[in-house]
Design a protein around this ligand. Structure first.
Ligand code: ZN
Length: 376
């Protein structure tokens, strides 16, 4: 059997014509390396912090929930529904995203949604997840907050018991709805705050800076919750929004935040505060306005920022969950195995989990790295 070194020597033995037109052996080697990297990523112990539960609502489940709730979807079948997922920017994505969640009406719907995500994550060796949800959108449709949080919490408990995956829940303020709506959602959730770990800020950023929700963040923090906020990529006033998040709101984490690469001052601040960034390369690949555009993952890693890789809204992004996202990010940003381990170490450090669980997760990561010859 040819070992890798012998195969490489054989490949290099081809003549100039072979170099101009890659031989099948070169292609086989590239495929072999890709398969090796995919297997490494699949086995890597992982955590995820930037996944919107409503963004994990797969088309198949949408049809199943619509049937259960007596709703008619305006699509003939799953394929037709998936074909409608065409967006070109954040607002056009959000229009599809919010329309899709109308089938979520009752406690078991939220259970099924959360359990399906956690089962998928567990199958990909995600040990721990903190999941976003957007309750204002459900309250608007007359769903009770207790049904939303209750269903998700029941799924978290079952997934921990049956699948071994630990998780927590982050309530997001929908920034393009009114500040009053967000406060009403927070007030409705606070009596159940033991089931939440933090609050966040998502949806359409244009004209909706973090400062719009300063009172909400302060109230949540006073109730013992952690604080994070989306600073989506290439948004209007993006650096001012990042500044507000770090300085005024004093976030514990930032979601996306790639434009920080355009501000040495803000980068220095983030490093001084040891902030972690939840980057989602599917939706936020390059910082625009720079020549040439800067790859977010490579740029932030090389700048020494603490980044983690996440899937965001996988059901709307070709059903690519964390493993698939990492495989693509590795290829796109030329990530080494050591860098992948470094980002998962960041991820376990970034979690709002108890220290016993953090130590157990880090021990699994260290053992995996050592088994692959990567020093901790
Ligand atoms: Zn997001």
């Amino acid at each position: 059997m040819l070992n890798r070194r012998t195969m490489i020597r054989a490949a290099l033995g081809v003549g100039c014509a072979g170099l101009l037109a890659p031989s099948p052996l070169f292609a086989a080697l590239a495929g072999d390396d890709a398969a090796d990297m995919a297997a490494f990523i699949a086995g890597l112990p992982k955590a995820e912090y930037h996944v919107h539960l409503e963004g994990t609502l797969e088309a198949e489940m949408k049809f199943a929930l619509a049937r259960r709730n007596g709703l008619q979807l305006p699509f003939a079948d799953v394929a037709a529904l998936k074909a409608s997922y065409r967006y070109h920017d954040l607002p056009s994505f959000l229009a599809i995203y919010y329309d899709g969640m109308k089938v979520l009406l009752k406690e078991p719907d939220f259970y099924d949604l959360a359990y399906a995500y956690l089962a998928k994550a567990a199958s990909q060796n995600v040990l721990y997840a903190e999941m976003f949800f957007d309750p204002q959108e459900h309250l608007k449709r007359g769903v009770a907050m207790a049904d939303v949080i209750g269903g998700i919490t029941r799924a978290r408990t079952d997934a921990a018991a049956k699948l071994g995956i630990q998780s927590q829940l982050i309530l997001c303020f929908v920034r393009d709805l009114s500040a009053e709506s967000a406060m009403a959602a927070l007030d409705a959730a606070l009596p159940m705050k033991q089931y939440l770990v933090g609050v966040g800020l998502d949806s359409d950023e244009k004209g909706n800076p973090p400062s719009k929700f300063a009172a909400h963040f302060a109230k949540a923090r006073a109730a013992g919750l952690k604080v994070t906020a989306h600073c989506d990529l290439n948004q209007e006033n993006t650096l001012e929004h990042i500044r507000q998040a770090i300085v005024d709101i004093r976030v514990d984490r930032i979601d996306h935040g790639g434009n920080i690469l355009q501000s040495p001052e803000l980068m220095a601040l983030a490093k001084a505060k040891n902030l972690y960034f939840t980057v989602c390369p599917t939706f936020s690949g390059t910082v625009q306005g720079e020549a040439p555009p800067v790859d977010v993952v490579r740029g932030m890693l090389d700048a020494g920022l603490n980044i983690t890789i996440n899937s965001d809204d996988p059901a709307y992004m070709a059903s690519e969950y964390l493993n698939e996202v990492l495989v693509k990010a590795q290829h796109r940003s030329a990530l080494t195995k050591a860098e992948l381990v470094r980002m998962e170490r960041n991820a376990f450090m970034a979690g709002w989990m108890d220290e016993g669980l953090r130590a157990a997760c880090l021990a699994k990561l260290d053992a995996y790295a050592a088994a692959h010859g990567l020093l901790a």
